[in-house]
Design a protein around this ligand. Structure first.
Ligand code: MG
Length: 255
């Protein structure tokens, strides 16, 4: 497994790969194949970590864990409920989640994300992993009061900064169960595993690509488990996905 980052050092932006604990420069294309070069001076502590991909869209699955459906008081869905977060909502690790004025409660949602590696249209379950570049942590930040009021997800999920992704794309992984956790201020609030997904990664790829073409770099956010809750200014929120990484963002009021 490699962890692929996009980083900035001395005003230069480049990909870097963490392998066996060492960060090395990478050239070429993340989706066509990277070649590994020299070690990055100072390693991860000496670079700014950027969002590793620039998705044209993030397609999210709502209510994909039984326990989260129960805590929202909603029946289990018969088929996936999907919605889109705009590319303009994307931020990287360490970037602040900005709470817009007057929208009420804003929640974290820790999720496993799937990064598409090959253009995917009408892909069958059995071929799903041929189209996946790797896995990523996603925080599906949600203005909960707006969601309850409107029913539509476009506004409540679509504010700028409401799609933290990163810190890396973990490649050469498969669909084996992995832990998904949400932490706020050092306390674990969400703890589950993708073994409890209602709809599998493979099925979701088939379902979504029947509707729309997914491009390299697009992300599927696979849903959040129970334990969601509100964010307040000054909080620090972390999404942890086992074997993938940890994505941490501060929370502040939009000024
Ligand atoms: Mg979600």
């Amino acid at each position: 497994m490699d962890r692929v980052y996009r980083v900035k050092q001395d005003r230069e932006i480049f990909h870097a790969v963490e392998r066996d604990g060492e960060l090395r420069r990478a050239s070429g294309d993340l989706f066509a194949g990277l070649s590994i070069g020299a070690p990055v001076r100072g390693g991860l502590n000496a670079v700014t970590v950027l969002p590793p991909v620039t998705p044209s869209k993030i397609v999210c699955v709502g209510l994909n864990y039984k326990d989260h459906a129960a805590e929202q008081g909603k029946p289990l869905p018969a088929e996936p409920l999907i919605f889109i977060k705009p590319s303009t909502a994307v931020i990287g690790p360490g970037d602040p989640i900005l709470l817009p004025p007057g929208v009420g409660r804003v929640d974290y949602e820790a999720e496993l994300g799937v990064v598409i590696g090959r253009r995917a249209h009408r892909v069958k379950k059995a071929q799903a992993w041929d189209h996946i570049a790797g896995l990523i942590c996603v925080n599906d930040v949600t203005a909960r009061d707006l969601q309850k009021k409107e029913g539509s997800y476009t506004r409540c999920k679509g504010f700028d900064t409401f799609a933290p992704i990163g810190p890396c794309v973990a490649t050469n992984l498969n669909g084996e169960p992995r832990a998904v956790e949400g932490w706020v201020n050092g306390q674990r609030r969400q703890s589950s595993t993708t073994a409890h997904l209602i709809f599998s990664i493979e099925y979701i790829v088939e379902f979504i690509t029947f509707v729309m073409t997914l491009e390299p770099g697009d992300i599927i956010a696979t849903g959040t488990p129970a334990g969601i809750g509100p964010l307040t200014p000054g909080d620090t929120v972390t999404v942890k996905v086992e074997g993938v990484g940890e994505l941490t963002n501060p929370v502040q009021n939009e000024s």
